[in-house]
Design a protein around this ligand. Structure first.
Ligand code: P6P
Length: 353
């Protein structure tokens, strides 16, 4: 019996899970395994900072310094530093695109075979009101030869080239959910043991659902197709659930069924969410779980990135709901193709901070 093919029991640690599934990785050399462990380690550290920040915030509320007299840094800056440091020290990653940095980050690991795109702490403005927030990451194999810095071509690969993707949700419990292209598995963090344990094996998202997540405050500028889909959801008496934290809305819909939509609006002409480190990783996960993701007309993971921080309209969740939204948009006479708004061309890559 090939024990590696046995479903691993709930309670398996993340480390053991990664090791036992290693032969699922296309490259099976252990480097991707190590990279996933590096991300999990950084997530544990960020989790601790988030839990403390509530306390420090209260103390820090009386000044810009925390109880230790340190200048209080914004939590997303701290998270960025932690993930970059973990990826640099792990040695497997040559270059990083981070939501927190305009330019590509060169780690100095020129032998590293992987590139990571990451949103270190999405929704961080919610931390002050104790709403769940998250880290979202995407992993690619570099296309340029090792031995030198990573290139823009390494970083601007379509989502179909991802070798792994995942998110960490810092909520009522902290979970890490990821895929390497062989299904989706969720791990819950046990603080007292400092370990992630398999809690949600082989996640499959419902084919349909009765939850829609969209900021209707922008409804005046929705395209007719999007407005018609929102009206459809209301006619179906779906529940409107919008936390304002992508990872939290996505995670709930992944487990319960539903759709999250961030369309083009007057304020965000190409949508607000970033293709490389928000849309593509979640698209990889949702497709592996049987769901769907698009920009309203095109599969998210087939969009060819032009710039590292490109935005795109985002429709993601239960397959039948995404297809219903797409059908309204297809009927929308005024639908205009998504073209990324011109953004400043990236400057030269910098060395890691
Ligand atoms: P709005 C948080 O800033 C974020 O990037 C996502 O986590 C969230 O879903 C979205 O923006 C909320 O944006 O415009 O509805 O406040």
């Amino acid at each position: 019996m090939d024990h590696n093919k046995l479903a691993l029991p709930v309670g398996t640690t993340l480390d053991r899970f990664i090791m036992r599934k290693q032969e699922d990785f296309p490259y099976a050399t252990g480097e991707l395994s190590q990279l996933l462990r590096d991300i999990a380690l950084a997530a544990k550290i960020v989790n601790r900072e988030i839990n403390r920040s509530g306390l420090i915030d209260i103390a820090g509320a009386y000044g810009s310094q925390n109880v230790q007299g340190e200048d209080q840094q914004k939590l997303d800056v701290i998270a960025n530093i932690r993930f970059i440091r973990a990826l640099r020290n792990g040695g497997e990653v040559c270059t990083i695109i981070s939501e927190e940095d305009d330019e590509m980050i060169q780690t100095g690991n020129n032998q590293g075979k992987y590139v990571v795109a990451i949103d270190p702490l999405d929704g961080s403005s919610n931390i002050d009101v104790n709403v769940s927030i998250g880290t979202i990451f995407s992993i690619y194999r570099r296309v340029s030869p090792t031995g030198r810095e990573g290139t823009a071509a390494d970083c601007l690969q379509p989502g179909t080239h991802q070798v792994a993707a995942g998110y960490v949700i810092y909520g009522s419990s902290t979970m890490m959910v990821y895929t390497t292209g062989n299904g989706v598995n969720g791990f819950t963090y046990e603080h007292s043991l400092g370990e992630f344990f398999l809690s949600h094996p082989d996640i499959i998202t419902p084919q349909t659902g009765a939850i829609y997540s969209i900021n209707e405050g922008s409804s005046d500028s929705f395209s007719p197709g999007v407005a018609a889909f929102v009206q459809y959801c209301k006619d179906q008496q779906f529940s409107a659930r919008y936390i304002g934290s992508l990872v939290a809305d996505f995670h709930r819909n992944l487990l319960k069924g539903g759709i999250y939509v961030y369309p083009a609006t007057a304020k965000n002409k190409s949508g607000k969410l970033r293709l490389m480190y928000e849309c593509n990783p979640l698209a990889f996960i949702v497709e592996q779980a049987g769901g769907k993701s698009s920009n309203g007309t095109r599969r998210t993971m087939e969009i060819e990135p032009q710039i590292p921080h490109e935005r795109c309209p985002f429709f993601i969740g239960s397959k039948e709901l995404v297809e219903k939204a797409e059908s309204f948009i297809a009927n929308d006479k005024e639908a205009c193709d998504h073209k990324p708004a011109p953004e400043p061309t990236p400057k030269k890559a910098t060395t890691v901070k």
